[in-house]
Design a protein around this ligand. Sequence first.
Ligand SMILES: [Zn+2]
Length: 232
Amino acid sequence: MPVPILLYHQIDVPPAKRVPFRSMIVHPDAFRRQMAWLKRLGYRGLSLRDALPYIEGSKTGKVAVITFDDGFRDVYENALPVLQEYGFTATNFFVAGQIGGQNAWDIPIGVAPAPCMSASQMREWAALGHEVGSHTLDHVHLPDVPPKEARRQIGQSRDMLQDMLGMPVTSFAYPYGDENTNIRTVVREAGYTHATTTERRKARPVDDDLGLPRLTIRRNDTWLHFLKKCLM
Ligand SMILES: [Zn+2]
């Protein structure tokens, strides 16, 4: 059974003015309703790590993978309590160079500044059973940087996160969904076992472990949009 891997960024009240990527900020009430819909329909929300047997086809069941990109603090504040309440797990892909910092990569293109989780918030996220994945050091376009820099972004971010957590980090998300076969090879050589893109469809057992598709959930998705993405 194909598995939906949902992609969120920020869970917060969107800014009033028209800033770029405002659609990536999902209101906390909408997030809560979406989790409630999953539960009502008999789905379990799982981290990528917890959902692997379902994606790979060794287990079957109603499962939706919940992922967040960029490690924003508003996910800790507004999504984590909801996940706990529903007994769901999730994966957050952290920008390792901005733990305790902010979305520095977004600010030059006019996105509103937003703080990222601190190291202790990230540790709490992991201690509650949620997964920490890597999203590079600086949120770079991996195919556009020299190969040596791509290796550093991919490898050092894993080392940093593992040192902060004291546990293995095995999942990776390509910033902007930008990747190619060389980048996938570097990701594999750095020790990751799974990576997600932004290709829009459900995951199937035949998918490359380093090229898992995801479905982006946007601010203005209605409950019907949300259910279509999960169910169809
Ligand atoms: Zn990102």
